[in-house]
Design a protein around this ligand. Sequence first.
Ligand SMILES: [Zn+2]
Ligand SMILES: [Zn+2]
Length: 130
Amino acid sequence: MPIDPRNYPPDWAEISHRIRFERAEGRCECRGECGHAHPGGRCNAPHGVTVYRSRTEPWVWRREPGDGFYPVKIILTTAHLDHDRQHNDDDNLRALCQFCHLSHDRLHRGALERQRALEAGQLELEMIFP
Ligand SMILES: [Zn+2]
Ligand SMILES: [Zn+2]
């Protein structure tokens, strides 16, 4: 079987559990990897708990409901910063809540698309013919 970066290793469940619940102590470890500035520097959203996110700044959450905040149950996941699921060194892994994980993926996807467009010469064309 060739190594495929889209495949998780056989011991992924153990790795992911250790990162989320031992290292991260059940809280989102994002320090801006999602592209947003969390109050206090780290997201810290707690796994399994319903918190209230700001509608205008969804990287901001609090414990109490209120105007402009919507409830969401936090699910911690383990993200690969370089999106290579075979690269499981601790410094490539982050326990991220679903908001940070999706935002991180979106950032990364944007970078990949820009890279592909560059390779195809599309960006240069857009600069010549805006
Ligand atoms: Zn988070
Ligand atoms: Zn974040």
